[in-house]
Design a protein around this ligand. Structure first.
Ligand SMILES: *[C@@H]1O[C@H](CO)[C@@H](O)[C@H](O)[C@H]1NC(C)=O
Ligand SMILES: *[C@@H]1O[C@H](CO)[C@@H](O)[C@H](O)[C@H]1NC(C)=O
Ligand SMILES: *[C@@H]1O[C@H](CO)[C@@H](O)[C@H](O)[C@H]1NC(C)=O
Ligand SMILES: *[C@@H]1O[C@H](CO)[C@@H](O)[C@H](O)[C@H]1NC(C)=O
Ligand SMILES: *[C@@H]1O[C@H](CO)[C@@H](O)[C@H](O)[C@H]1NC(C)=O
Ligand SMILES: *[C@@H]1O[C@H](CO)[C@@H](O)[C@H](O)[C@H]1NC(C)=O
Ligand SMILES: *[C@@H]1O[C@H](CO)[C@@H](O)[C@H](O)[C@H]1NC(C)=O
Ligand SMILES: *[C@@H]1O[C@H](CO)[C@@H](O)[C@H](O)[C@H]1NC(C)=O
Ligand SMILES: *[C@@H]1O[C@H](CO)[C@@H](O)[C@H](O)[C@H]1NC(C)=O
Ligand SMILES: *[C@@H]1O[C@H](CO)[C@@H](O)[C@H](O)[C@H]1NC(C)=O
Length: 840
């Protein structure tokens, strides 16, 4: 036994490549260096973020002694947006070259740079173009944090690099890319974290990697190349925040935004599966939860359907670089135990990367074994800027496997430094129109009704096209690759690249009255599906009835009127999220105000809870939790994911719509406000029963008002009682107060919807109810942030699925959770930790 007990950890000596890897008894790596710096801050006392203590760089030994003369320390202006204090609210500004010096052990290191492009002092952040180098590699050059943040619609972000340190010193140098007097560079936070030597590199004795598409070429990745992590994705299920990584503080994002079209398949998972690691994939290579969730093409008996399409993801990358792609696999299905049961081909950028992947074969003949495969692919320099890197999986028919299926558990994509100039720098994204938030970004198409089909696609909204493709898939028709060429109804359109599409989705179409009338059969009664404060809603279809849209027509008498119509167009045309309803277009001819949305096949959450038809089964508890998590995600996006923070102001179950897959979408942005600090409203709006009492009194708007309304929604989901009901004496009974009184009287069981047949696990119930009650705290400041709500709901789901066991073995993710006290962790913020580049 070569295990030594040392200060509570068990260190196992991995003698591979003569490297000593310190590993805790749960398999996590114990980094030799784990330096986290809150730049521009002088606090020697620590500020917690992602489970680590971030100390100010002013008091650190890493800045030169004349740091004051060479740089400025600044504080970001206050904003109501929930920006984490460390590392984002302070920054160090450089007008000339500035070097941080870290004394470290030799070996590979993660370098993570955190940026929050805000207006610091009187500096114009658009003038910040920075160059960063480390160990003779150029990590960034002419990099504009503000252009990137605008383009990806993020308030703050981080970039991750891997460089090798040969000596004992790592120098990290920042400089402005120009000499102009106004030019400057800045950084908010720096991490230097060590990693196992051969985690990603192939040492001298490792096998070289095949270069995809070049039969005889292989690539060695030695310690003389630097890398940039572009994507680290857990396929299926929830994101894993850096704190729960295997000791290296890597963030594992969800794959939702990268999955292409109809190929989203199903998401098999087994959260209690014991993951077996090996020498090739040691326990620190990825957290067990990466292997416990997955995405597969479909149930095994869908074989023939699966043969007709590829499961596809796409990742925008810079042209002219080599990329290391690591795919993580683990067979979750305990019935797959033999080789040749599931065999599939991996394609990268249209080329075969590996013809036959048989995960059972790779994993020593057992399910539950973690394996990964590495490939190198060249993305040629065909045009400036970004292009998509495609990953396709397809059943390998020639092997005659028992099932035609394919699956994936995780993906990591790294850009490799250029050999010649040792650089990783790419171009800035183009200026996005988000910077010009003056009016709705609407495209005016010049067209005749004949070209209607064109418009649907031209509208660029994936959401319209997806259901069609899903239908095609279900009808076992051949699905043609959508991205490059959309071929449908004999019409061929060159679809835009993902980046272009992301931009185009902000453009919404202006429809003519004639088109709207055609689509709704002149507002036929039979197509009338609802009435709201705004007016009537019709179900319509533009193209031969294949796909439906919801058409909302303002009542000309409507008091809510023009400004809400405009708000809705302005906001929704800029938003793009899985859990926010998509606006396809509008029409304002003939004095009419008409909005066109995706049709939500399953109606509103309100109707499912309160007006369920006899033939509909009640929503199960898991379904309800999933819906709540989706709503929290959508709200998290509105509160923190967008540059201009958005307060919805009318969160209620009637505004939560469910699509054909029961994915909840937040709708009705008529009352919403896009965030500018210190909003004071003289006009309290919202719905009775959901309205934040504090906002009502103080007339101050904050996102905490949405949290209150979300709390009411959570209770409604649990109890299936309306937000306001009429009590015995005809007085209105508020759901929040009713629940409180039940709890005070100890009638806890009484509040649960009697239709919920399944057993709610006690821990899950307590956590859920606790979150809901915390959301309903009288004072906004006492309510949790949306990130905290989201994290706790996810945990509640884990508890339910694992029957009360906490994920990840020995560690409870939020032990302080609810009911009592304020959380001293800042769990919420981790959900907004996002690696660049990412599109959402
Ligand atoms: C593994 O153990 C280490 C040290 O005991 C702890 O810091 C870490 O959080 C644990 N990680 C997981 C994923 O449980
Ligand atoms: C962070 O600092 C505080 C105060 O110095 C200390 O109590 C705590 O243990 C530290 N946490 C970690 C994760 O190092
Ligand atoms: C900042 O600079 C950009 C381009 O240099 C300019 O368009 C913008 O108006 C400036 N903003 C302010 C507040 O001066
Ligand atoms: C950087 O390059 C210079 C000159 O080639 C060399 O002397 C120096 O050792 C290199 N530094 C590192 C950290 O590799
Ligand atoms: C790379 O590895 C070689 C030995 O394989 C070593 O001599 C060299 O110093 C290493 N370079 C760096 C930058 O770590
Ligand atoms: C900036 O100016 C200095 C001297 O004024 C010069 O040496 C340096 O090359 C210039 N850098 C750039 C990027 O133009
Ligand atoms: C989950 O995996 C474990 C093996 O680690 C197995 O015993 C259990 O049956 C699996 N659960 C399901 C639902 O497949
Ligand atoms: C991928 O393959 C299709 C059909 O074989 C071809 O039309 C397309 O141009 C290819 N794309 C790339 C990037 O090679
Ligand atoms: C799957 O992708 C590969 C590579 O792009 C392509 O050659 C193949 O035709 C695709 N198969 C289907 C069924 O779309
Ligand atoms: C730096 O980036 C900006 C914005 O993308 C671009 O306009 C400019 O040409 C770049 N400058 C250099 C020297 O590459």
């Amino acid at each position: 036994m070569n295990a030594v007990i040392c200060s509570g950890y068990i260190f196992i000596l991995y003698l591979l490549n003569l490297q000593l890897v310190a590993v805790a008894d749960n398999g996590s790596y114990v980094p030799t260096e784990n330096i986290v710096l809150n730049c521009g801050s002088s606090t020697s006392e620590f500020v917690q973020y992602d489970g680590r203590n971030w100390s100010g760089d002013i008091v650190s030994p890493y800045v030169p002694s004349n740091a004051d003369t060479k740089s400025l320390v600044v504080r970001a202006p206050n904003t109501l947006q929930s920006i984490p204090e460390a590392p984002y609210m302070t920054a160090r500004i450089f007008h000339s070259q500035f070097t941080y010096t870290f004394n470290v052990t030799p070996g590979p290191k993660f370098i993570r740079l955190h940026f929050y492009p805000a207006s610091y002092m009187d500096l114009n952040i658009s003038n910040a173009f920075l160059s960063v180098s480390a160990a003779n590699f150029t990590l960034l050059h002419n990099f504009s944090a503000s252009l990137n943040a605008e383009y990806y619609n993020l308030a703050y972000f981080k970039k991750e690099f891997i460089v090798h340190v040969s000596g004992s010193v790592l120098q990290l140098t920042f400089s402005p890319s120009y000499n102009a007097s106004r030019a400057f560079a800045f950084v908010n936070g720096i991490e230097v974290v060590s990693m196992p030597l051969n985690l990603y590199m192939r040492g001298d004795d490792g096998d070289p990697l095949p270069l995809v598409g070049h039969d005889n070429k292989v690539v060695n990745i030695y310690n003389d190349s630097a890398m940039e992590t572009l994507y680290r994705v857990k396929v299926g299920g929830e994101q894993i925040p850096s704190k729960y990584d295997t000791g290296m503080f890597r963030t594992w994002d969800t794959d939702e935004v990268y999955i292409f079209g109809a190929s989203f398949g199903i998401q098999p998972c087994n959260m209690s599966m014991l993951v077996l690691y090996s020498d090739d994939a040691p326990p620190y290579s990825a957290p067990a939860d990466v292997y416990r969730t997955s995405r597969s093409m479909g149930p095994s008996d869908y074989g023939l359907v699966n043969l007709n399409y590829n499961m596809t993801w796409f990742f925008p990358v810079d042209s002219g670089f080599l990329y290391l792609v690591r795919l993580h696999f683990c067979e979750i299905d305990q019935d797959i135990t033999k080789i040749n049961q599931v065999v599939f081909t991996v394609f990268l950028n249209n080329q075969t990367a590996e013809e036959e992947v048989d995960v059972i074969g790779l994993g020593a003949g057992e399910p539950g074994v973690a394996v990964h495969r590495d490939y190198v692919v060249m993305v040629p320099h065909v045009n400036e800027g970004k292009q998509d890197l495609w990953l396709d999986l397809h059943p390998y028919k020639d092997a005659k496997p028992m099932y035609y299926n394919a699956f994936l558990n995780g993906v990591e994509i790294f850009k490799l430094s250029n050999f010649d100039d040792k650089s990783l720098a790419g171009l800035n994204p183009p200026k996005s129109f988000f910077s010009d938030a003056k009016g709705p970004h609407v495209a005016h198409f010049n067209r005749s009704p004949k070209k209607l089909k064109f418009i649907l696609i031209g509208c660029g909204l994936l959401a319209v096209v997806l259901p069609i493709f899903l239908c095609l898939l279900l009808f076992r028709l051949k699905v043609i690759r959508l991205r490059r060429v959309v071929s449908w109804c004999g019409l061929t359109v060159h679809a835009p690249s993902r980046i272009e599409r992301a931009k185009k989705s902000s453009l919404c179409t202006q429809f003519s009255m004639r088109e709207i009338k055609l689509a709704t059969n002149d507002f036929h009664e039979a197509l009338h599906i609802g009435t709201g404060g705004f007016g009537s809603v019709y179900k319509g279809s533009f193209v031969g009835g294949t796909t439906y849209v919801a058409i909302k027509r303002a009542n000309p008498m409507s008091k809510q009127g023009v400004s809400e119509f405009e708000t809705e167009i302005l906001l929704l045309s800029q938003l793009r999220h899985h859990n926010v309803v998509s606006l396809l277009g509008y029409c304002n001819e003939d004095g009419e105000m008409i909005l066109v949305y995706d049709f939500m096949a399953n109606g509103s959450l309100h109707d499912h809870l309160h007006l369920r038809r006899r033939d509909q089964p009640p929503l199960s508890w898991i379904q309800r939790l999933e819906i709540c998590i989706g709503v929290a995600r959508g709200l998290h996006y509105l509160h923190t994911g967008t540059k201009h923070r958005i307060i919805h102001r009318d969160i209620k179950t009637t505004n939560i719509l469910l699509d054909h897959n029961w994915v909840p979408k937040i709708s009705d942005f008529g009352l919403s406000k896009a965030g500018y600090p210190s909003l004071v409203t003289t006009n309290v709006k919202g719905s009775i029963g959901y309205l934040d009492p504090e906002c009502y009194e103080s007339l101050k708007l904050s996102e905490k008002s949405d949290i209150y309304s979300l709390g009411v929604v959570l209770l409604e989901v649990l109890t299936a009682r309306p937000a306001v009901s009429v009590g015995e004496d005809d007085e209105h009974v508020n759901l929040a107060e009713w629940t409180m009184s039940c709890l005070e009287n100890g009638n806890v069981e009484q509040i649960v919807d009697p239709n919920l047949k399944e057993n709610i696990i006690k821990e899950c119930f307590e956590l859920y109810l606790g979150v809901a009650m915390k959301c309903l705290a009288e004072r906004g400041a006492e309510r949790p942030s949306i990130g905290e709500v989201l994290e706790n709901l996810v945990l509640a789901m884990h508890l339910q699925k694992n029957e009360g066991n906490v994920p990840n073995g020995n560690e409870r993710r939020s032990d302080n959770v609810v009911l009592q006290g304020n959380s001293d962790l800042t769990p919420g913020v981790e959900f907004s930790e996002i690696m660049m580049p990412i599109g959402r």
